[in-house]
Design a protein around this ligand. Sequence first.
Ligand SMILES: [Zn+2]
Length: 116
Amino acid sequence: MSATLISENTFTAKKKHLCDLCGQHIQVGEKYKRQFCVDGNAYAFKMHFVCEDISKVYSKEYDSDGEGYDHNCFSHDVFENFEVVVGFKSDGLKYQEALKLFKQKWIEGKETKGIG
Ligand SMILES: [Zn+2]
């Protein structure tokens, strides 16, 4: 059972949304990616650009070509790869804190080293 991607578009948030990958808010005025999928039911999958980027790299480790890569996979991968990306262990960090550092380093790493 796999989801079929119907369309993928970039939007500028007119109201707050929740990112379906990291679970944090997409702020008003922030650009985000929205995928429209059908998986028995039709649903919209919203995400930050950086989260999509992270998921693209790590979802390759799953069999499903990124399909079914959800919040649980994402948070797992943030902690799994935290030390590699951020440079120190995530011991004692809460998910929200770890996530913030992870995204920050991810974006910096992209700019300087080109992770992914
Ligand atoms: Zn996100």
